[in-house]
Design a protein around this ligand. Structure first.
Ligand SMILES: [Zn+2]
Length: 158
């Protein structure tokens, strides 16, 4: 599913031109737009809650610090929304870390190439984790309840 970069109409994946307005489509731009074009439910939150708990929401994305909003702002819907995403991200990173450890043990049998693959994979996971963390922090600091790409739909905390 893609959206026109000009008028925002939904268009078939990989279209060269928008069927609605005719604007030529840059598919890389489209990919980036669609990747970050996730559910935004900011309007369902109390503006005062958002204002008061932005810092808590930001902390939710900084590793184990997701525990702080969980304990310090248990009644904040906004902090809870971001704590959920911070927690999902934290778990996803932990799972990837374990997977990488297992893969590393296997790849250790392949001289040189195995080590190179592991280094590349670790770097890739670190970069992706950092990008998700920054996206979450920017959303939280902007007072936005916007889902992270890929993992934002997972709800652990209700
Ligand atoms: Zn269009």
């Amino acid at each position: 599913m893609a959206f026109c970069t000009q008028c925002g109409q939904q268009i078939p994946d990989g279209s060269a031109n928008c069927p609605s307005c005719g604007a030529p489509q840059n598919n890389t731009q489209n990919f980036v737009n669609n990747f970050t074009n996730t559910a935004n439910t900011t309007s369902q939150f109390d503006p005062a809650d958002i204002q008061n708990n932005k810092v808590m929401a930001v902390l939710a994305y900084i590793g184990i610090l997701f525990l702080i909003p969980l304990l310090a702002a248990p009644d904040s819907k906004f902090a809870r929304y971001h704590t959920n995403q911070g927690l999902v991200l934290f778990i996803a990173e932990a799972i990837l870390g374990v997977a990488l450890g297992i893969l590393g043990a296997i790849l250790a049998f392949i001289p040189i190439v195995g080590a190179i693959v592991i280094v590349i994979l670790s770097l890739a996971i670190s970069v992706v984790s950092l990008v998700f963390m920054i996206l979450g922090i920017v959303n939280a600091a902007n007072g936005t309840a916007k889902e992270l790409p890929l993992i934002g739909g997972i709800k652990i905390l209700k």
